[in-house]
Design a binder for this molecule. Structure first.
Ligand code: ADP
Ligand code: MG
Length: 705
């Protein structure tokens, strides 16, 4: 057996629970072994019966004298077991409503029980939380009499079940598979436990100290392996050298003409990104680059210019979008931009329908439909750019001379797409684009195999959204200001519209200070904004109701829309110029940034007002960043520094990218492991166990979507 063995081959109990395990991200032996406890219950005090005191938590070991089921007055079942320990005294142990206990525990068994000690019918009694039947008095305990591992959020799988399975793997089934793979010098230098010990100690530690050491080694490995495998993949990718070198210099004039045709000049950031891309094009190994930039930063035109370069060099390009609507939109943009230069762009969506625009400069537009057996053959090799959805990866689709692939907002940054194309024998340049605010540290850790360009500048003329943190005392004046703003009409007679964002739908006791949207809506409607049209939008509404409200807002029938953060998803309303966010401290900066992006879509100056009742200076300081900073990735980076990685994954929806053991806010460890990874890479061939490890490391994440 090895660590990649699928658990369901190890017995029925795994098979029965396979679905639940999968929900926890556990498929293989390794997954389970790396599913580390979230904490340890300290049941390590083993007490004699005569020393027990009511109120304490303890473990007691003894022989079972008597086993019975009893009933309370209201017919509830209580299981009672009497044990006798070395002191000769007996202890009554009780369970509630767990009749199966009587089948498991029999008189004469040697039992270890842990739980709370109480007075019951005037006698010292244990309410049992954990128990186990031991083979003899010296047998090692798993669930009692030690630091007992408690596993996170198990959804129908008890900690006890997991504990038993892990123990069984460590002591029996997987014990010969826990080979060391780290080079000795790395272990020594970083004062790490060996692999086997670290697995044992992180689940069943001798003491707190050893638990820490065990987990520290596993966290080290996690970050080290992520970074090493990324670096390794990058090196492999770079040494392939099968890509097409694309020249830039012979086409200076053509490029200048294209740039001159744009209705704007490129931002400095766009120019820099193009420089990066050009350098990749002209180097011998294929580009593998991520272009990050907020919504509206102008990624599409960068991609279009790069596709033009590919065209000038005689290569076709593919542009892949996540949805049909976006594919259509990109098709229009790219077609408008490039068809005047004689480039033929086609749209491929929905698997079977293929629309082709044969629009030449000034020519007529015609559309053809083909079925899924669409092969780029002699008759249509004159197509230059294919824009589309996943349909582009259809196995019946063949590309001739494919030089460049652009992937817009897709899962896992194109790893899957690349492998599909590579299976077709193609090895083009890759550019992946995203508006997801990824902090640089996270990017460098998770996607170390990609090069990185960042559009850290918005096109000129784009208004930044004026953002203010509003102190509580200014609440009333702020409302007054909003009313004036709504009344103020521009020359076309359109008014300003307002979003008011509340974090939750209903007030719950633990969040007394949170202005629940429903309540807030009632309050504003009946007092503050009683002269205005006010609507309510939240996630519990039926989608028809939601659509109606959004439509009314769009048509200006609603002045003020009170909403939960559901508005985060694609609303684009030109007259919405004011965003008021309640209890702003409950949101991460990146999330607040995405929320405020709902206003400022038109050309009017837009505003974001942040309200918080939090007095803490830290909170105030954190929120102030939004007044001066208007870049998603930078705000995400600040989030990470100030609040840890919890928020990251709300915004970072890129599949299985969560760390299991280490933390993205552990900058020290990230740096340390990156150094070690970089140092070992050139001599990695000396360490076959390590190569094997990184080749199989999280491969399930890489090969599937
Ligand atoms: P995103 O990065 O979100 O994909 P787009 O590429 O869709 O952004 O660009 C958003 C809008 O900005 C488009 O209408 C585009 O034409 C425009 N745009 C792009 N670059 C510039 C620029 N340098 N100056 C002015 N407008 C630009
Ligand atoms: Mg875009």
């Amino acid at each position: 057996m090895d660590l990649k063995t699928n658990l369901s081959t190890l017995g029925l109990t795994y098979k029965f629970n396979a679905k639940k395990l999968e929900k926890l991200g556990i498929k293989t032996v390794e997954d389970l072994l790396l599913y580390v406890p979230s904490r340890y219950e300290n049941l390590s005090v083993i007490s004699k019966v005569n020393l027990l005191q009511a109120g304490e938590k303890a473990t007691v070991k003894g022989y079972v004298l008597e086993v019975k089921n009893t009933y309370t007055k209201n017919r509830k079942k209580i299981q009672q077991i009497i044990i006798q320990d070395k002191s000769g005294r007996t202890l009554l142990c009780i369970w509630f409503n767990q009749v199966f206990i009587l089948r498991i525990i029999k008189p004469g068994d040697f039992l270890s029980v842990a739980g709370k000690i109480i007075f019951f019918q005037n006698k010292i009694t244990m309410i049992v939380e954990e128990y186990e039947v031991l083979s003899d008095e010296n047998a090692e305990t798993v669930h009692t009499g030690r630091l007992v591992p408690v596993y996170p959020e198990t959804r129908g799988l008890s900690s006890k079940w997991i504990r038993n399975r892990v123990k069984e793997l460590i002591t029996n089934k997987a014990k010969d598979s826990l080979h060391e793979y780290l080079p000795e010098n790395i272990i020594i230098k970083n004062e790490l436990l060996d692999f086997k010990t670290s697995i044992e100690q992180s689940h069943f530690p001798k003491n707190e100290e050893m638990a820490k050491k065990g987990l520290a080694r596993l966290a080290f490995d996690e970050l080290f392996l992520i970074q090493l495998s990324a670096a390794y993949r990058k090196r492999e990718w770079q040494t392939k050298k099968t890509s097409h070198i694309l020249k830039i210099s012979p086409f200076k004039d053509e490029l200048e003409k294209l740039l001159a045709s744009l209705p704007f000049t490129l931002t400095g950031a766009q120019k820099n990104a193009l420089k990066d891309i050009s350098a990749d094009f002209t180097s011998a190994s294929p580009m593998n680059r991520l272009l990050e930039g907020d919504v509206g930063s102008g990624k599409t035109v960068v991609a279009a210019i790069a596709m033009y370069i590919a065209y000038l060099n005689g290569f076709t390009s593919v542009f892949m979008a996540p949805t049909e609507i976006l594919a259509k939109q990109h098709f229009d943009t790219i077609n408008n931009l490039l068809s005047p230069f004689g480039i033929k762009v086609c749209l491929i969506t929905g698997g079977s329908k293929i629309g082709i625009s044969n629009q030449k400069a000034g020519g007529k537009k015609s559309k053809k439909n083909h079925n899924s057996k669409f092969i780029i053959s002699d008759s249509n090799t004159d197509l230059d750019i294919f824009v589309g959805t996943h349909a582009l990866l259809n196995k019946n689709l063949e590309f001739e001379n494919l030089g460049f692939v652009v992937i817009d907002e897709q899962q896992r940054f194109g790893v899957k797409q690349r492998s599909v194309l590579r299976d077709k024998g193609l090895n083009p340049h890759f550019l992946t684009m995203t508006a997801t605010p990824i902090p640089r540290t996270v990017f460098l850790t998770l996607y170390g195999d990609l090069d990185f360009s960042y559009l850290d500048e918005m096109p000129r003329g784009r208004q930044t959204i004026k953002t203010w943190l509003v102190p509580s005392v200014k609440r009333e004046p702020a409302y007054k200001w909003i009313k004036d703003k709504i009344m103020e009409q521009d020359e076309k007679g359109s008014k300003n519209q307002v979003f008011i964002i509340c974090p939750f739908i209903e007030e719950s006791e633990s969040m007394i200070t949170v202005k629940a949207a429903v309540k807030e809506y009632e309050r504003l409607k009946n007092s503050v904004f009683k002269d205005f049209n006010i609507g309510l939008l939240h996630g519990k509404l039926k989608s028809k109701e939601k659509d109606k409200i959004i439509q009314d807002f769009r048509e200006g029938k609603i002045d003020i829309l009170v909403a939960t953060p559901v508005v985060e998803v694609g609303i684009d309303i030109k007259n919405a110029t004011i965003m008021l966010i309640e209890a702003a401290e409950r949101f991460g900066l990146a999330q607040l940034h995405q929320l405020r992006g709902r206003v400022g879509r038109g050309n009017k100056q837009s505003f974001c007002l942040l309200f918080t009742d939090a007095k803490s200076e830290k909170v105030q300081e954190r929120l102030k960043y939004l007044e001066t900073n208007h870049l998603g990735a930078e705000l995400a980076e600040i989030d990470l520094k100030l609040r840890g990685p919890g928020e990251l994954f709300g915004t970072l929806q890129h599949g299985n990218t969560e760390l299991k053991i280490a933390s993205f806010s552990d900058f020290e460890l990230i740096k340390k492991t990156k150094n070690e990874a970089e140092k070992i890479l050139p001599e990695i061939s000396l360490y076959p166990a390590l190569i094997k490890k990184i080749k199989t490391f999280r491969e399930e994440n890489i090969s599937s979507d």
